[in-house]
Design a protein around this ligand. Structure first.
Ligand SMILES: Nc1ncnc2c1ncn2[C@@H]1O[C@H](COP(=O)(O)OP(=O)(O)O)[C@@H](O)[C@H]1O
Ligand SMILES: [Mg+2]
Length: 410
């Protein structure tokens, strides 16, 4: 979802990387893999396991890049080469201009501090409070207690757990514990977040919430995220780009739309069949006519125009029809306690989308609870999406698809 230009420069690059597990990784197994033999063939011939074969991809600064594939496809191996938890057998791993293979000792330690890592089974220290768990990485880095606590609280704030800072881990649900994992990674303010099946153990509802929150955090902090999942739905939902792996090799790299609409191989196509198609619906099909308010109105008049119960906001537009402010009912009501001034109740931090955008692209933004402006190529307001409707629409779309699939495929 990153649209800014800073996203265009790359921060992580894997170049023709091979990882062979076995007693002689650089022997015949590597040669056969380089000759193009598959993971199974190499294993049969040499008894060595191919973790990665000829893997190349690059991750841009500020991007959420997802590695997706079945268990054993090489995802964890790939992510572990990025911070040198694994040495590679051949090829090159470059992070922020540094050749990772050359790093040793303190240089490697310092390098790793630029990366936060979150795993599926994230273990908290049971006898330490949430805040101490969050600050653990900082402690290891030698950051003193008051600074540690300040940064930990900030990170807990980001994941919505500030109120639990003094709690013990046993008082937290699984989802909350996983959030502490994310907070711990964020507390060190890393450039890159490496997330290996970070949400895979969570039940679907909580998982979805975590995805939304992570996307909101990412939008705010503009971290680079390398995210691993075996779930294509999750990959398409959160990834700016998705890299599909199979048997240690890259099968396709593309935006979610490219993966959905132009699967590179039958293997990808088969995966895509199982995906919830809600995301391929255009914004145009679900947007509503936008309510507009006049900047010269007083607050009461504007409130009358938008109504106060529906949770639907109204937009102020400039002379060329471009939205410049959003009045949400809750902000409007709050502002009435200060007077009758419309300007003081307007927000400018609303999202914009276009009629041809895909619904799922903007769906996460519904979590902010603000109406979204739909604008044409000139930036003029042509419609609106409202958070509650978007959530309902998502449910409707999913049940429609379910029904459709039952009809067509059964
Ligand atoms: N330390 C290891 N020793 C031997 N084989 C390994 C090791 N780590 C991973 N593998 C093998 O490498 C392949 C890729 O594993 P992995 O990267 O963990 O897959 P994923 O994360 O996609 O499930 C698998 O066949 C796995 O068995
Ligand atoms: Mg794995």
């Amino acid at each position: 979802m990153s649209t800014d230009n800073s996203a265009s420069d790359e921060i992580i690059r894997l170049e023709n990387v091979y990882k062979i597990f076995g007693p002689q990784p650089r022997g015949r197994a590597l040669k056969l893999a380089k000759d193009g033999l598959t993971k199974n063939e190499v294993q049969a011939a040499t008894d060595h396991v191919v973790g990665m074969t000829d893997v190349s991809f690059d991750v841009k600064r500020g991007e959420t890049f997802v590695l997706m594939g079945l268990s054993g496809s090489g995802k964890s191996t790939a992510i572990r080469t990025v911070n040198k938890l694994h040495d590679i057998t051949d090829g090159k791993v470059i992070v922020d201009g540094t050749d990772v293979q050359q790093l040793e000792g303190t240089a490697l330690q310092q390098f790793r501090q630029k990366m936060g890592m979150v795993f599926q089974h994230f273990a908290l220290f049971p006898h330490r409070s949430v805040i101490d768990n969050t600050g653990y990485g900082l402690k290891v880095q030698g950051v003193e207690k008051s600074e540690r606590d300040r940064r930990s609280l900030e990170a807990l704030d980001l994941v919505g757990l500030r109120a639990f800072a003094q709690s013990s881990p046993s008082e937290l649900s699984g989802g909350m514990q996983q959030r502490v994992g994310l907070a711990r990674a964020l507390a060190s303010d890393p450039d890159v977040l490496l997330m290996d099946e970070a949400f895979s153990a969570l039940d679907p509802l909580i998982r979805r919430q975590m995805q939304d929150e992570m996307m909101a955090i990412q939008e705010h902090l503009q971290k680079t995220i390398l995210f691993i999942t075996h779930d294509l739905n999750e990959a398409l939902r959160i990834g700016d780009r998705v890299c599909i792996m199979k048997d240690g090799a890259v099968v396709q790299i593309g935006t979610p739309d490219e993966i959905l609409t132009q699967p590179a191989t039958g293997y990808v196509a088969e995966f895509v069949q199982d995906v919830d198609q809600g995301r391929v619906i255009d914004v145009a099909t679900i947007m509503r006519g936008a309510v507009t308010i006049d900047a010269s109105m007083d607050l009461q008049a504007a409130i009358t125009k938008i109504g106060t119960n529906s949770g639907e906001g109204g937009f102020v537009v400039d002379e060329s029809g471009r939205p410049t402010g959003l009045l949400m009912p809750k902000d409007a009501l709050l502002a009435t306690t200060r007077g009758n001034d419309l300007a003081s109740a307007l927000r400018t931090d609303f999202e914009k989308t276009t009629p041809t955008s895909k619904f799922n692209h903007i769906y996460a933004a519904a979590g902010k609870g603000l109406s979204i402006a739909v604008v044409d190529d000139n930036g003029s307001l042509v419609g609106a999406l409202h958070p509650r409707e978007m959530v309902e629409e998502m449910g409707r779309v999913e049940s429609l698809i379910d029904g459709f699939e039952r009809e067509v495929f059964m």
